[in-house]
Design a protein. Structure first.
Length: 584
């Protein structure tokens, strides 16, 4: 506290008036601590049960009963339990504990506006620090000004009023982490919301950490297979890559991410799904689908639904990323899905406008690019010296009427290592996943493919590009020669083969078999309506008659010329049997 002339003053609060002797001791303490005489006056405060609270400048010395209990509780939290019984440990803690004579910075709430609280008196608080209000609600410092600061609230702000006390914690926002989080659904603060009891955390990581540097990374060269033929064959994703899934509403973006999670079963990959601004019922249905198919065993769902505050939606992806980094630094591979970053940007925009920050392009704050870049840059394939773990990110972004040139989509496209564009017209025509081959790209490319997949995929993109060009050209012509008709039929067959039902990812050997047979025109004359049935029969036939070949492709990732010839020979036999059954 300071008077009108700017000189430091001190205020002593208690329920009963102190004696003259007590006042003298307080004055001596102030003179000894601040090396000068500090004017002291007493103020009656009946909310203090016993003890004193002394405030000098922005420093608060809390000798009340509540303050001593809080200090003792903090002291107990610092004690690490050992192998011995807990009782001797507690007895030793009680004997060794002394009331700390250290200043505690306590501020006062000036205003509360929805999810934002403005506080004064916390001159040394830092950006991102957690504050605790008298009602128990926590907040995070988000805006620093001279003499005051603003923080976003993680709970109900209705109990916070002007004049309420707020205390620093000296800690930044963090996320509890540990093995027990697998199979659970938690909120953005790490609190379980699935009704299955408390989670024992093994560590606590800050939600904001610097991304690994260049020397801490290694090249992205190991496949992160999604099990989707259209993606793994043409737009491969590597471990440590950031591949954007982009498209209009209801075009199967989440379905692609869920199939990628399902395909990691048995591959020792930790999966994290971050739901931002989604309907609670949609998240519950997704969790049930994962549980029914055995994927929740290796998956954590971080949920900040549409009904959650903008502050929780804002920190949710960072909390999920912190959990992923925990496993990555243990040397494990992680797949994290952010669904979706469009709603994340909207939540951040709402907070920024409440914080009275000037809007920029399309009414977003100027730092919205940094918002997502500092999140996605944390995905990496760590060097062997750091354990060799990886974190692969699949951010999802929603477009409006296919406009990929809008502000948020272009921002995230420039941050990521490629994008999978899902097109509405393809989706509604039955092509699912509705991957637009022309606009989709993976900047890692063949480095994230096995040699078997690279060899089998071969000229697939070129064949599809030729088909699309010819399809557009022939729209204006009714008289087509036989070669053109055959080329169109072949292209339509390839597109039909890329259709894949949800929750049915293909293994590597299945994808290699399909591509090898298709690109060698084995399926050329099969009617489109029979293509799915023949594909299923083909995979069953080779699984029964060439199990060693299938196992070898999965284990080695190689496809020799002999293997290719064996696949083609068996595919032709499968075709003969299929035609025989059709004829019968």
């Amino acid at each position: 506290m300071r008077n009108a002339r700017g000189r430091m003053t001190a205020e002593l609060r208690s329920a009963r008036e102190p004696s003259q002797e007590q006042l003298q001791r307080f004055e001596k303490f102030l003179a000894r601590t601040y090396q000068k005489k500090v004017p002291l006056h007493w103020e009656k405060d009946e909310t203090i049960g016993s003890g004193f609270r002394l405030q000098a400048g922005s420093d608060v010395y809390d000798w009340t009963l509540d303050g001593r209990v809080r200090q003792f509780r903090d002291y107990l939290r610092q004690i690490q339990p050992g192998q011995d019984s807990l009782l001797p440990l507690m007895r030793q803690a009680v004997e060794n504990w002394e009331l700390a004579v250290v200043p505690e910075e306590i501020g006062e709430v000036l205003t509360v506006d929805g999810e934002i609280a403005t506080v004064s008196g916390l001159d040394h608080a830092q950006y991102g620090e957690i504050l605790v209000f008298a009602s128990g609600v926590k907040g995070m410092v988000q805006d620093l000004r001279r003499g005051e600061l603003s923080c976003i609230l993680f709970g109900d702000g209705e109990e916070i009023t002007a004049g309420s006390l707020v205390r620093r914690t000296l800690k930044t926002a963090g996320m509890p982490v540990g093995e027990e989080f697998l199979g659970r659904v938690v909120d953005a603060l790490g609190v379980p919301v699935d009704g299955r009891g408390r989670i024992h955390s093994e560590d606590h990581r800050p939600i904001e950490t610097p991304a690994p540097g260049i020397l801490d990374r290694q090249p992205v060269n190991t496949p992160m297979e999604t099990g989707l033929l259209a993606i793994d064959s043409m737009f491969p994703i590597g471990r440590g890559q950031r591949e954007l899934i982009i498209g209009d509403r209801q075009t199967g973006k989440t379905a692609v991410a869920v199939d990628a999670i399902l395909n990691q079963k048995g591959k020792d990959v930790v999966c994290i799904y971050v739901a931002i601004g989604q309907k609670t019922s949609s998240v519950a249905q997704l969790v049930e689908n994962l549980r029914r198919r055995g994927a929740m065993e290796y998956t954590t769902v971080v949920c900040a639904p549409a009904g959650a505050s903008a502050a929780l939606q804002y920190i949710a992806p960072y909390a999920g990323c912190a959990l992923g980094e925990y496993f990555m630094h243990l040397g494990r591979d992680v797949l994290i899905v952010y669904d979706d970053l469009s709603k994340h940007a909207i939540a951040y925009r709402a907070l920024s406008l409440l914080l009275e920050r000037s809007p920029g392009r399309e009414a977003y704050p100027g730092d919205v690019f940094y918002l997502h870049s500092r999140l996605l840059e944390r995905s990496a394939h760590l060097s062997d010296e750091l354990g060799g773990g990886s974190m692969t990110a699949l951010p999802i972004v929603e477009t409006q009427a296919g406009d990929v040139s809008a502000y948020i989509p272009t921002n995230i496209i420039s941050i990521t290592d490629g994008q999978i564009f899902l097109e509405s017209d393809l989706f509604f025509s039955g092509q699912r996943p509705a991957v637009n081959v022309g606009l989709s790209v993976s900047r890692v490319g063949g480095d994230a493919q096995t040699k078997a997949m690279k060899s089998a995929a071969g000229t697939l993109r070129l064949e599809l590009a030729q088909y699309r060009e010819m399809e557009v050209f022939t729209q204006f012509s009714s008289d087509l020669d036989d070669a053109t008709k055959r080329q169109l039929t072949y292209g339509q067959g390839l597109m039909r083969l890329l259709r894949q039902p949800q929750y049915a990812p293909f293994s590597q050997h299945q994808q290699v078999i399909i591509l090898t047979a298709a690109l060698n025109h084995v399926m050329q004359d099969i009617p489109l309506e029979e293509m799915d049935r023949f594909r299923s029969d083909l995979l069953d036939y080779l699984g029964e008659n060439a199990p060693d070949l299938c196992r070898r492709i999965d284990m080695t990732g190689m496809l020799s010329d002999e293997d290719r010839e064996e696949i083609l020979a068996l595919a032709k036999k499968a075709l003969e049997e299929f035609r025989g059954r059709q004829g019968a």
